[in-house]
Design a binder for this molecule. Sequence first.
Ligand code: DGL
Length: 274
Amino acid sequence: MKIGFFDSGIGGLTVLHQAMQILPEEEFLFYADSEHVPFGEKTKEQIIRYTDEAVQFMLSKGVKAVVIACNTATSVAISFLRSRYKIPILGIEPAVKPAVEECAGKRIMVMATPVTVREEKLKNLIARVDSEHRVDLLPMPKLVRFAEAGNFRSPEVTAYLCSQLAKYDLRNYSSLVLGCTHFNFFKDTMQEIFPSSVDFLDGSEGTARHLADVLKQNDLLEHHPQTVEYYRSGCKITAPEELERIRRLHQRLERMRFIRRGAASDDCSELKSM
Ligand code: DGL
């Protein structure tokens, strides 16, 4: 039986990519709701409806577990989905807790979608773990649009990041939390902007490890040659050029996986001159 992965778009590949390293003998189904992306600019009701429809579709394909590989859909829909379906349903949330644990008196920047930034789930998490009020929240909706357009590295991406970051002194930060699965695609540009004292954190590896634990606990681990089926809003992707595009996205994610901190000079002179 397959493991279903859901995101509004290509961001969920970030989590699938990690899971494929950790679970080499499982069969995966990846569902991107490309018809409705971006979720970060939709209403709660819309996000719950689209996510529920996708989960129902994946259940009709016989999945044994579902990963909501989208911080936005997790923040809005995870409780509803868990109350409705019996199979394990995992979510992803911004890695605020590990960032706070290692901040050593410095600040933490959390980038996410407007919905994730507004929602109670993230606010409650921050209230629980950030007693010293060190977290700054930054909505970055345009990064989702750039990613969906395949625009990962360009003067427009750099200009957008720099304009959103201009009012922050990045030397005060110990971590950048990537609280949207689409944002991992931009780590090479982020590396040029953030100083080397800033660690990049995201929930994708933790979610993949958690998935492996949950499958084990529920006796759901299997041993097959690894396969992945890709769907876009209910349609199976079979065209060779589409599959080639997905292969290139995985290649990019493989490069991004090893970027773990900034590389700009510690006086942030790069940001000023960009
Ligand atoms: N990738 C999603 C997330 O992790 C949402 C992107 C969007 O559709 O706005 O939040």
